[in-house]
Design a protein around this ligand. Structure first.
Ligand code: FES
Length: 97
């Protein structure tokens, strides 16, 4: 049985290079996956782990596409807010802020 080439509507890239991994990158990936599941977005939003993105001074680094929302020093609190803004609402909720 062959699988179809399904692609998600949105992707959350989580750096799990050595520096980001040490600063919680792996756990962040799990955290995002839980939020995706809770929001009922499994299959529509995916978490993709990346190798080092060359921004180690800002570890852990994440990025949400298609908004191209890069986030330095991602904490669970920041991750939750960004998820709301870029995944659930699909863009800045308050661009003037
Ligand atoms: S390890 Fe994540 S930016 Fe280098």
């Amino acid at each position: 049985m062959s699988k179809s080439f399904d692609t998600p509507e949105k992707v959350i890239y989580v750096c799990t290079g050595s520096k980001c991994k040490k600063k919680g990158g792996k756990e962040l990936g799990k955290f995002f996956k839980e939020m995706i599941k809770e929001a009922g977005l499994k299959g529509r939003v995916e978490v993709v782990k990346t190798d080092c993105t060359d921004r180690c001074d800002f570890a852990p680094v994440t990025c949400m596409q298609p908004d191209n929302a890069w986030m330095p020093q991602t904490t669970e609190e920041k991750a939750r807010a960004a998820f709301r803004e870029h995944i659930l609402h699909g863009g800045p909720t308050n661009p003037a802020a």
